[in-house]
Design a binder for this molecule. Structure first.
Ligand code: FAD
Length: 421
C-alpha cells in the first residue's frame, strides 16, 4: 500500500466509523516531534485531537480548554425536559488524555502571536507548528434592549450546556400550573438548527404531563421553523395544540423587568423565559483578527479547514463561515466530522503527504416528546467547482417514532465515546 492509498484507507474509515491505529506505520514517517496545539475541547477540538494521535502518536498534541469537564449540548434539552440529569451529560477528559497522551491545559487562551507561532494564556505561552481552533460560538445580546450583565439569570439561554441548562430546567419544573413559558429563537444561522424546536417539544411534553394548564409561546425570529418544520408542526398539532402557540417573524427586541419579552408586535409576560440570542463567531477569533471586518463567522478553505487569513492555522466547528464551507449545519456531528477532516489534513501537511478530498456526515436527532423522536441525515462531499462542501444525499424520517428516540441516545453514547475514550 503506498502512502496515498494508506491515507485514503484511513480517511474512509475515520470519517465513517472507528479509527484504526497506524502507530507503527506513522512512526516511520515522523522524523521530528511536531507540535499541534488545539484550542477548545468541544466537539470539533476533541475529534481533531484524537484523529491526529490515532494517525501519528509521535505528534505532540496540546489542548487548551477553559473548562475542567466536558458538558454536552446534544442531549442537554433532555435535561430541560426532565429526562436526563446534568451528570448524564458531563464527562471527564481523563480517559482521552491518558489513552492518547494528549496534554490538557485548563486555562483561557488570550492571544495568538502568528509570527512567533505561539498562543498564550494568562500564565503560559505554548508554541505550535500547526494551530487548530474550535472555540464554538459567542452569544450576542446586542440587539436586545434593556439587556444587562445579569439578565441571563432571569432569561437563561442554556445554549452552552452548563449552569444555565440546570437553571432553565429548574425554572420549568417550578412553574405554577397555568403559567406561561416563552422561548425566543434567533435568526438563522445559529448553533443546532432544530435545537430550539426540540427544546419546545420537550418542555411541552413536560407541561402536558405535570402542568396541564400551562402554555408555551414560541417567538421565532425566522419566517418558519428552520429545520424539520413539517415533522415538528404535525406532532405539535396532534399532541400539543392546547399548549404550544407558535409565532413566526417574532424576534425578541427587548426585555423588561419581571419577565416581559418585547417583540415588534407585543409585550408578553412570561413565568419562564428562555431567550436564545443571535450568535456569531467566538470573540477570541475576532480579537485575533481571524475574521474579516463586518463579518460574523471565520473564513476557511472547505478542503482542509485552513484559515484563509493565517498560515498554519485551522478553524473548525460552529465558528466557521457557511459562505466558505457550504451549507452544512452548525452541529456537533459536523464539528466532529470537521475535526477528522482537519486532523487528517494537519497530519498530511506534517508528514508531507498529499491531502485527500473530504467527505462528511451529519444526522440530527430531535425528540418531540419523552417517548418519540424525528431525524434528518445527510452525506456531504467537497465540490471542486464551487470549492465548498455540498450534500450528495439527505433524508428526513417519515414521521416520529420510538425507535428514533432510542437511536438518538445510541448516537449520543457512540459519539461521546468516539470523542472522549
Ligand atoms: C441545546 C443544544 C442541543 C444540541 N443538540 C445537538 C445534537 O443533537 N446533535 C448535534 O450534532 N449537535 C447538537 N448541538 C450543536 C453542538 O453542540 C455544536 O454544534 C457543537 O458543540 C460545536 O462544536 P465546537 O467545537 O464548534 O464548539 P464547542 O463544542 O462549544 O466547543 C468549544 C470549546 O472551546 C472552549 N473555549 C472557547 N474559547 C476558549 C478560550 N478562549 N480558551 C479556552 N477554551 C475556550 C469552550 O469552553 C468549549 O469547550 C446542540 C446544541 C445545543 C445548544
Amino acid at each position: 500500500m503506498n502512502r496515498r492509498e494508506l491515507i485514503r484507507h484511513f480517511f474512509n474509515i475515520s470519517i465513517l466509523g472507528s479509527i484504526t491505529s497506524l502507530t507503527s506505520i506513522s512512526n516511520s514517517y515522523a522524523n521530528n516531534v511536531s507540535k499541534v496545539v488545539i484550542l477548545g475541547a468541544g466537539w470539533g477540538g476533541l475529534s481533531a485531537a484524537k484523529t491526529i494521535k490515532k494517525l501519528n502518536p509521535s505528534i505532540s498534541v496540546t489542548v487548551i480548554e477553559q473548562n475542567k469537564d466536558f458538558q454536552s449540548c446534544p442531549v442537554s434539552n433532555w435535561v430541560i425536559g426532565d429526562l436526563k440529569s446534568m451528570d448524564d451529560i458531563t464527562f471527564s477528559y481523563d480517559s482521552l488524555k491518558n489513552n492518547y497522551s494528549i496534554e490538557f491545559l485548563h486555562e483561557k487562551a488570550e492571544k495568538i502571536n502568528f509570527n512567533k507561532k505561539n498562543i498564550s494564556t494568562e500564565d503560559n505561552i505554548i508554541e505550535y507548528d500547526k494551530l487548530i481552533l474550535s472555540p464554538g460560538i459567542e452569544l450576542d445580546y446586542s440587539n436586545i434592549e434593556n439587556w444587562t450583565n445579569d439578565s441571563n439569570i432571569v432569561f437563561p439561554a442554556a445554549w452552552k450546556a452548563g449552569k444555565e441548562t440546570e437553571l432553565l430546567a429548574k425554572q420549568v419544573k417550578n412553574i405554577n400550573d397555568g403559567g406561561v413559558v416563552c422561548i425566543s429563537i434567533p435568526l438563522s444561522p445559529y448553533r443546532c438548527p432544530p435545537g430550539p424546536y426540540e427544546r419546545a417539544s420537550l418542555i411541552a411534553s413536560y407541561l402536558s404531563k405535570y402542568k396541564k394548564r400551562s402554555k408555551l409561546i414560541i417567538l421565532d425570529a425566522n419566517e418558519k421553523i428552520v429545520s424539520k418544520g413539517k415533522l415538528f408542526m404535525d406532532f405539535w398539532k396532534t399532541n400539543y395544540s392546547n399548549i404550544i402557540e407558535y409565532r413566526a417573524n417574532s424576534g425578541v427586541v427587548g426585555v423588561d423587568n419581571d419577565r416581559v419579552l418585547i417583540t415588534d408586535f407585543d409585550d408578553i409576560k412570561c413565568d419562564v423565559a428562555n431567550i436564545i440570542p443571535k450568535q456569531r463567531v467566538s470573540k477570541f477569533l475576532k480579537d485575533n483578527n481571524l475574521v474579516e471586518d463586518g463579518k460574523n463567522w471565520a473564513p476557511v478553505n472547505a478542503f482542509d479547514f485552513s484559515s484563509t487569513i493565517q498560515k498554519d492555522v485551522f478553524i473548525i466547528g460552529d465558528s466557521t463561515s457557511q459562505s466558505d464551507v457550504g451549507r452544512v449545519p452548525k452541529s456537533g456531528y459536523i464539528a466532529n466530522s470537521m475535526g477528522k477532516v482537519c486532523g487528517l489534513a494537519v497530519v498530511s501537511e506534517l508528514m508531507d503527504m498529499e491531502k485527500l478530498t473530504p467527505s462528511m456526515i451529519n444526522t440530527c436527532y430531535s425528540l418531540v416528546s419523552d417517548k418519540e423522536g424525528i431525524s434528518v441525515s445527510a452525506v456531504y462531499t467537497y465540490d471542486t467547482n464551487s470549492k465548498k462542501i455540498i450534500p450528495t444525499s439527505s433524508g428526513l424520517s417519515p414521521k416520529s417514532s420510538k425507535i428514533i428516540k432510542k437511536n438518538a441516545w445510541d448516537w449520543a453514547q457512540n459519539i461521546w465515546e468516539d470523542m472522549l475514550l
